[in-house]
Design a protein around this ligand. Structure first.
Ligand SMILES: [Zn+2]
Ligand SMILES: [Zn+2]
Length: 553
């Protein structure tokens, strides 16, 4: 090769050179200088969402950061004042879960919530440091010395500002509703925290005997036949839902029993149950004509359930007669509300049946199924049993199957303040690339149930309301919210767990229902969904920092 003799090295040696350049840029204060040089120019704010402070960066986080860095540097070179404030999501279950694992079950039994939170904080901050160095090493330019962290007091206070506005506007409510529940993590899960994968379940057909006269009495003892893949929900059964306009008939078995089901599904059930010599007997009646009939509850002796009708009953699988437990399913809950049905909840936080589980009290729902199937067999009400493999929801964190369980939770209503309508309108105003992707977004927002924002965990921002210990009333007013905002911005959310409300609420705070004074108020135990926290960054970051503004990119 005929190259000139030069000091310039033959090899790039980037893994040694790059750190030297980065070091030099840091010494020069290139980020600060890039803002100073452009002073007076037009502002360009790229507001970056917070990565989660857990573990090292991966290809996804690296790619994401580098692309954003390109935009910010490009804008800066084009003459804009282009500040870049990185941030981290520091609360939430993944960190708490890891800290819990590190502490071990023995220590977890005795640790206070305040100490657990201190450990979580330390863990989160250690990974902020790790990731900060890794992002810097990628050459990303920004305010690394003063990032936004969701665990900082001013950020925590921003959560309460938004909560206050939405609560006082009437968008937030407390209600008992079935939600995805992880019995291992002891917490509610949002739709976004659910992963679906295949699971093998029991598939059983059970006869519920009628306790009053039916159109088929002349043929023999009459029961309504239901199908379920969750035998453990039978103790909470209160109704059987039929399709209003479908035809129902009696099916007389060889042993003389008569089972009522949708006519359309008789042959498919006969095949699964391997019936021989069954006959369809009249009359043929509409579901609506059977509405109001009572039957013996399948688990609890001396208790009856009622036949109702609902639009969600499909005639594609099962029997056309749907076992209904309002505490264990969204559709069951809705139809239960329409018919004013009770909502028993015999399953506790960790998935154990309490006394409401009847003969299954003390069993866990994960292991109770075979026992329940066996028991139904002994009662003579089990008509057929098989196994099926189907898509089933699992906890994103611990990967265990979750259950549907009604509990008292806090929700953001999609309708009360027009959230859904406004979001749908905003979706319509956006130019989508590719164009068809708008359908995916609008069907997602169109179908979303109310957002369950409470979590039964320790590491996060508390739901900033109080409960009257005398009468159970929720106490949350403009004055209490303002006191909590002040508390969080000065002492951080940790103070919620270490101070008494009387120490920071106005002295004249009282329960509006029973008049109980500030000493009778207890702070709420639950914390907000971590997605709420990243969702308030427009207030906690863009409004709070003088160099930024909103709207932002
Ligand atoms: Zn879990
Ligand atoms: Zn009260």
């Amino acid at each position: 090769m005929n190259l000139p003799q030069t000091e310039f090295p033959m090899r790039a040696n980037l893994n040694q050179r790059e750190p030297q350049w980065l070091e030099k840029w840091a010494q020069l204060g290139v980020y600060r200088r890039s803002l100073e040089e452009r002073a007076g120019g037009e502002l360009f704010v790229l507001h970056d969402g917070p990565p989660y402070a857990n573990g090292h960066i991966h290809m996804g986080t690296a790619y994401n950061k580098v692309l954003k860095d390109l935009i910010v540097k490009y804008k800066s070179m084009r003459g804009y004042v282009a500040p870049y404030v990185p941030g981290w999501d520091c609360h939430g279950q993944p960190i708490e879960h890891q800290v819990e694992k590190n502490l071990g079950p023995e220590r977890m039994k005795t640790i206070s919530q305040a100490d657990l939170r201190a450990d979580c904080r330390e863990y989160a901050l250690s990974f902020v440091d790790v990731q900060r160095e890794e992002f810097k090493r990628l050459g990303v330019r920004g305010d690394w010395d003063d990032p936004y962290l969701t665990l900082k007091p001013e950020y925590e206070a921003g959560n309460v500002q938004i909560f206050k506005k939405m609560y006082l506007d009437g968008a937030i409510y407390k209600g008992a509703k079935p939600i995805h529940w992880c019995i291992r993590c002891h917490t509610a899960l949002a739709e976004a925290e659910i992963e679906y994968s295949d699971e093998t379940s029991e598939s059983i057909y059970v006869a519920f005997a009628f306790t009053e006269a039916t159109p088929w009495d002349a043929e023999g003892p009459v029961s309504v036949l239901i199908w379920t893949t969750t035998p453990w929900t039978l103790p909470a059964n209160v109704a059987v839902t039929l399709a209003e306009d479908a035809d129902y008939v009696g099916v007389k078995l060889a042993d003389g029993r008569v089972l009522v089901m949708a006519e359309e599904l008789v042959e498919s059930v006969a095949e699964v149950a391997a019936w021989e010599n069954h006959t369809v007997v009249g009359p043929r009646v509409k579901g609506s004509e059977l509405s109001g009939l009572h039957y013996a509850q399948p688990v609890h002796k001396g208790v009856t359930g009622v036949v109702i009708t609902g639009a969600h009953v499909e005639l594609t699988t099962g029997t056309g007669a749907v076992h209904t437990a309002p505490g264990h399913g969204e559709e069951d809950y809705l139809v239960g509300r329409a018919f004013n049905l009770p909502m028993p909840m015999p399953v506790t936080d960790d998935g154990t049946f309490d006394a409401g589980g009847g003969p299954f009290q003390g069993l866990n729902v994960r292991t109770a199924n075979p026992r329940i199937v066996e028991w139904l067999g002994e009662q003579g009400t089990l008509v057929a049993a098989a196994k099926i493999s189907h898509s089933y929801p699992h906890c994103w964190r611990c990967k265990q199957p979750v259950i549907f369980r009604a509990t008292e939770q806090w929700f953001v209503s999609m309708e009360a303040t027009g959230l859904r309508t406004n979001a749908m309108r905003a979706i319509g105003d956006v130019e989508w690339i590719p164009g068809w992707s708008v359908n995916r977004m609008s069907s997602m927002v169109g179908d979303r149930p109310d957002w369950c924002i409470s979590r039964q965990r320790a590491w996060g921002v508390p739901i900033p309301v109080f409960t009257c210990t005398k009468c159970g009333e929720t106490v949350a007013t403009e004055e209490t919210f303002d006191a909590v905002i002040e508390l969080f911005s000065t002492r951080g959310a940790d103070a919620w767990f270490t101070m008494r409300p009387a120490e920071y609420l106005p002295a004249d705070t009282a329960c509006p229902r029973c008049g109980g004074g500030v000493e009778t108020l207890a702070p709420e135990d639950d914390i907000v969904d971590v997605w709420w926290e990243s969702g308030v960054s427009h207030t906690s970051v863009l409004d709070a920092r003088p160099e930024l503004h909103r709207p932002a990119e």
